[in-house]
Design a protein around this ligand. Structure first.
Ligand code: UD1
Ligand code: UDP
Length: 369
């Protein structure tokens, strides 16, 4: 059986890596990997860590790429790869433009599609943008929906997808996370080793969403800056996404503050171990909303909607929007009120047992011949 696994960005690579590595152990599966390379450096970081050498690399990345450019370049490249490899199944993961283009390319060649991380819905087609649309468009073409949680399954059932095509598997991000978190982890980055995680309250921050770029992102950064200025013991580590639009706002607002460390995107291993040592997380990322609850780290989700309500229901995450005053108020509360902090700092894991990859491969083996 030939399985063509397609991915293009950092989070897809992190979440596909456990599937690719596990499939390598099965003789009956011919494991073909194609990266669109929608991301370049941020993708290569993950490929190196997990020692994945793609069979095809479409190398579509261009600085400042538009959604149309990503879609058309990926679609064209994937058409050729699919015609050449004739897979029995094409696997995509998540909600990026690579996912949509991958599913569409497979659909055009009448190749079966497996969608990993299916059924997440925010309910607002413009938030996250364009991811909510990518998920729905991919769902329409999908033969096997691998839903991380029961809630995701229910979303798909509500949209009329047949039960027998939906499989609740957990999220492969937990498989990846278990692989990299280490007790007493020592960073290679001198700056991170020098941070006094025991006596300081370290905020780990990331931000990159398209719909936040501009005023919402300025609001988020200003709220964090106010918290740092109010509390001497607070330090921030912000590995900044390579998008220059994000970088410009960060440099403008934070302006070389001695307790705000703006660093390059970290490899997955140091990044997650940094999260494990941090006090709390401020983010608009999807993946971080899944990882932080597992590590018992309170997360302030700086977005208007989330398609990942599981952490919020469990009490570890709070959806705080993108208004400066609201974000600052919630940060202030977490930094000053010990009870409030401990209430949120609970390790919960709504995303499975770390064996999602195995569950997905079992379904593939049972259903594709
Ligand atoms: C993309 C996904 C988003 C996902 C995110 C993960 C789409 C439309 N968006 O958003 O769903 O959450 O990846 O990070 O699919 N850049 C580099 N080097 C890199 C990567 C990015 O320089 O390795 C810069 C480039 O200037 C690029 C910009 O970042 O133009 C944005 O990259 P792009 O892939 O278009 O969107 P993301 O915001 O990364
Ligand atoms: N991540 C990383 N290095 C960083 C920042 C994030 O390895 O400097 C990881 C993080 O642990 C998570 C994933 O990248 O697994 C999230 O990616 P991102 O926030 O870019 O995308 P999203 O999850 O929002 O699609």
């Amino acid at each position: 059986m030939k399985v063509l696994t397609v991915f293009g960005t950092r989070p897809e690579a992190i979440k596909m890596a456990p599937i690719v590595k596990t499939m390598e152990q099965y003789e009956e599966i011919e494991n073909i990997v194609c990266v669109t390379a929608q991301h370049r450096q941020m993708l290569d970081q993950v490929l190196n860590l997990f020692d994945i050498k793609p069979d095809y690399d479409l190398n579509i990345f261009k600085p400042g790429q538009t959604l149309t450019e990503i879609t058309t370049r990926a679609l064209k490249g994937l058409e050729e790869v699919i015609i050449e490899t004739k897979p029995d199944l094409l696997l995509v993961q998540g909600d990026t433009t690579t996912v949509f283009a991958g599913a569409l390319a497979a659909f055009y060649q009448k190749v079966k599609i497996g969608h990993v991380e299916a059924g997440l819905r925010s309910g607002n087609i413009y938030s996250p943008y364009p991811e909510e649309a990518n998920r729905k468009l991919t769902g329409i073409m999908t033969d096997f929906h691998f839903a991380p949680t029961e809630r995701n399954r229910q979303n798909l059932l509500r949209e009329g997808y047949p039960d027998e095509k939906i499989f609740v598997t957990g999220n492969t991000v937990i498989d990846a996370l278990f692989h990299v978190i280490k007790e007493d982890y020592v960073f290679e980055e001198e700056l991170l080793n020098n941070i006094d995680f025991k006596n300081k309250k370290v905020i780990l921050m990331t931000a990159h969403r398209r719909e936040n770029i501009g005023k919402p992102m300025e609001n988020i950064f200003n709220a964090v800056l106010r918290a740092v200025e109010k509390y001497e013991e607070v330090e921030v580590v912000f590995p900044i996404h390579l998008n220059p639009k994000v970088r410009n706002i960060a440099y403008k607002v934070f302006d070389n503050h001695p307790r705000i460390h703006l660093v390059e995107p970290l490899d997955y291993e140091p990044f997650t171990n940094l999260m494990a040592k941090s006090h709390l997380v401020v983010t608009d990322s999807g993946g971080l909303q899944e990882e932080a609850p597992s590590l018992g780290k309170p997360v302030l989700v700086v977005r208007e909607e989330t398609e990942r309500p599981e952490g919020i229901i469990a009490g570890t995450a709070k959806l705080v929007g993108t208004l400066e005053e609201n974000i600052f108020r919630e940060l202030d509360l977490l930094l000053s009120d010990h009870n409030e902090y401990t209430k949120m700092a609970n390790a919960v894991n709504p995303y499975g047992d770390g064996k999602a990859s195995k569950h997905i491969i079992d379904v593939i083996l049972q259903n594709i011949r």
